[in-house]
Design a binder for this molecule. Structure first.
Ligand code: PMV
Length: 326
């Protein structure tokens, strides 16, 4: 009997890049949901079918033994295969798997890889009737993501597992839910980015050349995360907007903003947003603006006129879950 699990994408609110160095960040889960359906099959073969493969009339199939020994997975199925390997390492099983993923074709850099990885592990645990507390799903999924990506803090995996809005620090040793309402934000996609790994490397190069200065920037980001928790709690949007603008300035100082992101950020502010910043690694992907409902229309128009694609999503949504049988 096939089982399906789903997990949300994420939007980084504050603290990107600093979080790679164990400083804290704040991330919220967004309702860009990815689901993974897993079914055991007798033959020791893994078959994977994703929205992109379906679009191009392709499919992936390989003996499970090969996958368990492999480290360099085909890109289109990499996160699912790494998830299967992590799960199998801890919970060996016989036979094969038929796996299907579903979700938005365009991810906007809002956490599709971590969501698919987390949903894969949850679906595998359900399929094999293995009790996997959220903490264990998180650990397996982080290892799978690191196997594919090589680098990363794990904040996106935590968001996909636990959902809501989270304080995440010390490489995942501290993960705390924050009581935050659906945020009055507008998201603008700026275009594809260079890989997250390259941007992490770029910042680590800057850090190697200017250790004290970059450490100083991270310390201010740390301060921003602490202040932001207070403003989120008070729903002080003007205060939070100021912090977004300061955080954006610091990301610019790290060299990860782009002229397209900056255009959208400045346009949103000019149209009356409380604040605006890029979200995630930078180098492309999304920015978001915090807006008063009365200014939302104007801010949306400003982002579109500056070349951004609007993405409308709820924040603070539920984390990984098993979906009812269809
Ligand atoms: O753009 P994304 O979703 O890949 O976010 C990366 C955020 C970083 O802090 C730069 C990396 C990380 O894993 O924390």
């Amino acid at each position: 009997m096939p089982v399906t699990a789903s997990a949300p994408g994420k939007l980084m609110l504050f603290g990107e890049h600093a979080v790679v160095y164990r400083y804290p960040c704040i991330v919220t889960a967004v309702d860009l949901r990815y689901s993974v359906t897993v079914e055991q099959v007798a033959d020791p073969i893994i078959t994977i079918d994703t929205p992109v493969m379906r679009k191009y009339d392709q499919s992936f199939s390989a003996p499970i033994e090969t996958i368990l020994r492999q480290t360099n997975y085909p890109k289109a199925a990499a996160f699912v295969l790494a998830a299967v390997k992590q799960f199998h390492n801890r919970n060996p099983f016989d036979g094969g798997l038929s796996i299907r993923t579903d979700g938005p074709e365009v991810s906007y850099g809002l956490g599709s890889s971590s969501a698919v990885t987390v949903a894969s592990i949850a679906a595998l645990a359900e399929q094999f009737k293995v009790t996997a507390p959220l903490g264990e799903i998180y650990t397996m999924a982080v290892e799978a993501v690191l196997e594919v990506q090589g680098k990363g803090s794990g904040f996106d995996v935590a968001s996909a597992v636990y959902g809501g809005t989270l304080y995440f620090a010390k490489g995942g040793r501290e993960i705390e839910p924050l009581e935050v309402p659906d945020l009055p934000i507008v998201i603008g996609f700026s275009g594809d980015k260079v890989s997250t790994t390259n941007l992490i490397d770029q910042v680590s190069g800057l850090m190697a050349r200017n250790p004290e200065t970059v450490e100083g920037i991270f310390k201010v980001m740390n301060e921003i995360v602490w202040q932001a928790q207070r403003f989120l709690d008070l729903q002080d949007w003007a205060g939070l907007g100021d912090l977004m603008n300061i955080n954006q300035g610091l990301l610019d100082a790290l060299g990860v903003s782009t002229s397209q992101l900056a255009k959208q950020v400045f346009a949103a502010r000019k149209a009356g947003a409380f604040g605006a910043k890029l979200s995630g690694a930078g180098g492309g992907d999304c920015m978001f603006a915090l807006v008063d409902p009365g200014k939302k229309q104007a801010v949306c128009e400003a982002i579109e006129e500056s070349g951004g694609i609007l993405v409308s999503l709820d924040t603070g949504v539920n984390g990984v879950r098993i979906e009812p049988i269809q």
